[in-house]
Design a protein. Structure first.
Length: 519
């Protein structure tokens, strides 16, 4: 939904919602938007809303209409554009509409069952799973589809699928490689603790921890820092930390608590993944007590490793995740395109055949595509068409062959060869058939890339395409007579002239469009 918001001037802060179709603004009270501001004409401009497209037309105002600083006669407007009037600036705002539908079920024995009524669940387990998915899970998506377009919902689902697929497949593999590295580091730290115990066996038996030699650990690759402390938390090594309390460092304090809790367990190793790509390893140092003839824990060695391989692994993991996400997103985009056009094509064919049937050019709807879900709809439409023929007392004989528009398009193409100015030709379906160089430069459409495509699809401005199509319909409905309108192209006001050729069946077969610069 579009609305106009006054951002500067006497009526600043006022908002005017725009209805579908034409909305007029001016000082006259008969206008859709009564705008009592001096300098504004009685009917200053009109703004037409067609779905998501919105375009503005100046209504011969005395002071003119300015769009984003440029004087215009007719132009497409978008969200955020500013319209300048005397002593007033109005901004065009597009508001996403959210429809809230409240359904109330009235208990009545005569009510017909809803087509989405789940009914009774089937007995088979497999059938019950499909039933639950269709009537319990899918209604959530159906509810979203009531507020948002189907192709938007499809795009969101493809994006969610891409992220979920990557997260469920890549993350476990990355976590496994990280855990392998942690286990290897834990094994290395455990071997250092065993080496300390072997090298200082006699000092450990006497509990003379101050005589323990740990200098070799400093020179080991990847070791950031270490602490050797007794079971009361007093640091023994390194010598510069002698007799300090271990509680100042979170990991070393955690190692002490872990050692006390696992005092009776032998050979266990504490492994922790710390911040900044560090790995913490802790192990109890045990010594033989000759008085009790048992081994007991006499201290704890805790080591912080900073392996370069972990940082490299983290960088590789991020790169692998991003590469996989990009690749999967590209695949999802192609998948979305395949599903979208596979679904839309049979619907476009169905719509085209319905229009032909209503014009009397075919009897029944028949599809080349295998889409059995559309068969009930197609059968219902065929039944309605048969009923219409019965009501109109139509003959059930063969229909006359449809008259082709090729001859008419070819005739207008000959006119195009001698055109003195921009011009192009549309076929009966308003697809671009031919366009000369002047019109290519003016409209931005290229015959080589746009021939045979709908004007709505190839035009840069939807307002321009809507204007031409409207003039084409007016010409077809007035026996092919010339129709004209105005539109600003590349900032230059142009008068558009449209005429059409009618076939023997009375329908328009080709359209001839020319431009004249408005002075």
């Amino acid at each position: 939904m579009y609305k106009l918001v006054v951002v500067a001037g006497k009526l600043r802060g006022q908002e005017y919602p725009l209805e579908e179709g034409e909305n007029s603004l001016g000082r006259d009270e008969s206008c859709s938007i009564h705008f009592p501001v001096p300098g504004v004409s009685k009917k200053h401009f009109s703004i037409t809303v067609t779905g998501d497209t919105c375009f503005i037309s100046d209504q011969g105002s005395s002071n003119g209409t300015f769009l984003n600083g440029k004087a215009i006669k007719r132009a497409t407007v978008q969200n955020g554009d500013k319209i300048a009037l005397p002593d007033t600036i109005i901004q065009v705002v597009y508001v996403e509409e959210k429809k809230v539908i409240i359904k109330k079920r009235v208990a009545d024995d005569d009510d017909e069952a809803d087509f989405m009524d789940p009914g009774t669940p089937p007995d088979s387990l497999v059938a019950k799973i499909f039933w639950a998915f269709k009537f319990k899970v899918m209604p959530v998506l159906h509810g979203i589809n009531e507020e948002y377009e189907w192709h938007h919902l499809m795009g969101i689902l493809c994006a969610i699928f891409s992220v979920a697929a990557i997260s469920l497949t890549i993350f476990p593999a990355l976590q496994d490689s990280k855990m392998i590295l942690i286990r290897e580091t834990a094994t290395r730290g455990s071997s250092y603790a065993d080496m300390v115990a072997r090298m200082n066996n006699r000092a450990l038996e006497r509990k003379e921890l101050e005589k323990i030699d740990t200098n070799f650990i400093k020179n080991e690759e990847g070791v950031k820092e270490f602490r050797l402390f007794d079971m009361e938390g007093r640091i023994v090594r390194p010598i510069e930390e002698l007799n300090n309390n271990i509680g100042r460092d979170p990991f070393f304090a955690q190692a002490l608590n872990w050692a006390i809790k696992t005092l009776d367990k032998k050979g266990v190793v504490l492994k922790r993944l710390l911040d900044d790509g560090e790995i913490g390893i802790a192990k109890k140092i045990v010594a033989f007590n000759p008085r009790t003839a048992t081994e007991e824990a006499v201290g704890v060695i805790a080591i912080k490793f900073e392996p370069t391989s972990l940082k490299v692994e983290a960088a590789k993991s991020r790169k692998a995740y991003l590469e996989s996400l990009v690749t999967t997103s590209l695949v999802a985009i192609f998948f979305f395109g395949f599903v979208y056009y596979l679904t839309v094509r049979p619907l476009e064919e169905l719509n085209f055949q319905i229009e032909e049937a209503l014009r009397g050019r075919r009897k029944n709807l028949e599809s080349r595509f295998l889409f059995k879900e559309l068969n009930p709809l197609r059968n219902s439409i065929n039944a309605l068409l048969a009923r219409i023929r019965e009501l109109n007392n139509e003959d059930d004989g063969d229909f006359d062959e449809e008259e082709s528009d090729e001859t008419y398009v070819r005739q207008l193409y000959e006119f195009l060869q001698g055109a003195n100015g921009p011009a192009f030709v549309l076929d009966s379906q308003k697809n671009l058939a031919h366009i000369n160089l002047e019109a290519e430069d003016l409209t931005g459409m290229r015959e080589s890339a746009s021939q045979g495509m709908s004007l709505l699809d190839v035009s840069r401005e939807q307002g321009f395409a809507a204007t031409v199509i409207e003039l084409c319909d007016n010409s077809a409905n007035n026996m092919g007579t010339n129709q004209q309108g105005e539109y600003d192209l590349q900032g230059i006001p142009q008068t558009i002239h449209v005429s059409c050729l009618l076939g023997r069946d009375g329908f328009a077969k080709a359209y001839y469009i020319t431009f004249v610069r408005a002075d």
